[in-house]
Design a protein around this ligand. Structure first.
Ligand code: BES
Ligand code: MN
Ligand code: ZN
Length: 501
């Protein structure tokens, strides 16, 4: 996709397959709508009179308007002007982008970013346009025998802004493009089936990224090396499967940067269960296929690092992924087993399906060696988080208020919702065990919190945050597919921590 900006005042003379124009419910015309309305002898006002109500999320297509060079004008409802905010703008961009893809247009001009709204900047609006366009053109085809005609035709996407605003719009477009590419990678890895997207496959993806981007370096450790590190907890999960585990370290080290010299690295840790059957505490059959998505934390780390490298952010960012399968088998963990983590703490495994925390704890201990400024883990960790927050908010837990605030702010800026969850010491006692230092489950109450409490036992050496993405990483039902979340929030956080922020 090629992104560009356009600043002409004579919008009606712009030649394009699709011109996107926002309209508000109250009939007040935006600048773009006004230009097209005048050029077309009031065609926009006409249709707004009775036919088109401009409700948020709606659209109507006008073809061959007199006096207008665009082949089609797509009117996009923005709802009431007083309710217009970042999320409405993002949805409007996505309505337009989806229409353009479904109509097989080759190029499109959106004017939506030119409309100001309170909780956005021009940079963030242009970024939202690029992300919406990138997302609309994502299509999973990897395992379809007939890929004919599935390649989207949309190749050129342009954002119209006022004269003098091109620089900000361009900055937003390049951020959006990088985020969209990162999200596309995250979605593809999530959507790929478990028999293709194995731990080895994730390792190869990291190596490929390192070949593509000069600032990235990848290292993939196998069974033997993981053993030497003493990751007894991680390996106990992997033991039930025939598929070899992978411990992946992907580093972005900016070339010649002042900021990265002063600052300790920021570390992202991803849960990479390429399939979670539950192990001996096996899951029910219904919907178990969705446990191929149990590596979405790992996919988020890879997608985020891809974006960081594309933007060449001047901060050192290190991605760590602990990847394996959770399967029943003769060597699998059994309820009651006690394992020793890399930290030395022993863990009583009361439920083999609470495996995410068992692989993450060793990766979190490994992260200490980087003396990080902050560590953020991303994991499809608990069904309880889905019960608590549904599919809207990512659960955010942290042992550090400053880090939590930075992430919440990034989450708002990026329109990628997250909710600050509690981590009071009082929950910790639910993890008491008679046979080990800690139990791997804390009972039915506050399951998302006790999972975070478990991780907190391994993150005392640095400021740490945990993102539970069990409800936000993928959609079920007819829309089944990975969402690419929370790549936008994390990239925004990292941009904010770099000199570009
Ligand atoms: N991968 C699952 C969490 C999950 C469940 C994500 C459903 C998305 C949808 C995790 O490994 C798991 O199985 N967690 C258990 C923990 C329990 C045994 C304490 C859960 O949530 O049921
Ligand atoms: Mn599980
Ligand atoms: Zn899991």
């Amino acid at each position: 996709m090629e992104f560009s900006t356009l600043t002409t005042a004579s919008l009606h003379q712009t030649k394009t397959a699709a011109l996107g124009i926002g309209v508000f419910e109250d009939g007040m015309l935006t600048n773009a709508a006004d230009i097209i309305n005048q050029a077309s002898d009031g065609a926009i006002k006409d249709i707004l009179k009775d036919e088109f109500k401009a409700k948020a999320g709606s659209h109507v297509v006008l073809r061959n308007l007199k006096g207008v060079n665009a082949k089609r004008v797509v009117l996009i409802g923005l709802g009431k002007q007083e309710n217009y905010k970042a999320i409405t703008h993002q949805q409007a961009e996505s309505v337009f982008a989806k229409y353009c893809v479904s109509a097989n247009v080759k190029d499109a001009v959106s004017t939506l970013a030119a409309n100001e709204c309170t909780d956005t900047t021009l940079i963030s609006r242009a970024r939202a346009f690029a992300i919406a366009t990138g997302n609309a053109t994502y299509k999973y085809t990897h395992t379809l025998s007939n890929k004919n005609g599935s390649e989207p035709t949309l190749k050129k996407a342009t954002v119209w802004v006022a004269r003098g605003q091109s620089a900000d719009a361009k900055a937003g477009l390049s951020q959006g493009k990088a985020i969209a590419s990162g999200m596309a990678l995250t979605k593809l890895l999530g959507d790929l089936p478990g028999n293709i997207c194995t731990p080895t496959y994730l390792g190869n993806t990291a190596k490929e990224l390192a070949r593509e981007f000069p600032t990235l370096k990848a290292e993939v450790l196998g069974q033997k090396q993981i053993e030497s590190l003493g990751m007894g907890s991680f390996l106990s999960v992997s033991a039930g499967s025939q598929e070899p585990p992978a411990f992946i370290v992907l580093k972005h080290k900016p070339k010649s940067s002042s900021k990265s010299d002063k600052n300790a690295p920021l570390v992202l840790v991803g849960k990479g269960l390429t399939f979670d059957s539950g192990g001996i505490s096996i899951k029910p059959a219904k919907g178990m296929d969705e446990m191929k998505y149990d590596m979405c934390g790992a996919a988020t780390v890879l997608g985020t690092l891809r974006a960081v490298a594309e933007l060449n952010l001047d901060r050192e960012v290190i991605g760590i992924i602990a990847s394996c399968e959770n399967m029943p088998g003769g060597r699998a963990n059994k309820p009651g087993d006690v394992v020793t983590s890399m930290s030395g703490q022993t863990i009583e495994i009361l439920n083999t399906d609470a495996e995410g925390r068992l692989v993450l704890c060793d990766a979190l201990t490994y992260a200490e060696r980087f003396k990080p400024e902050a560590v953020i883990d991303i994991a499809t960790l608990t069904g309880a988080c889905v019960v608590a927050l549904g599919h809207v908010n990512t659960g955010l837990f942290s042992n550090n208020e400053v880090l939590a605030e930075q992430l919440l702010k990034a989450s708002k800026q990026a329109n990628d919702a997250s909710w600050h969850m509690p981590l009071d010491d009082e929950y910790q006692k639910q993890l008491d065990s008679r046979f080990a230092d800690i139990a791997n489950i804390g009972g039915p109450a506050a399951g998302a919190v006790t999972a975070a409490c478990f991780l907190s036992r391994f993150t005392k050496a640095y400021p740490w945050a945990h993102l539970d993405i069990a409800g936000t990483a993928w959609d079920s039902g007819s829309n089944k597919g990975a969402t690419g979340r929370p790549v936008p929030m994390l990239v925004q956080y990292l941009i904010n921590q770099s000199s570009k922020g």
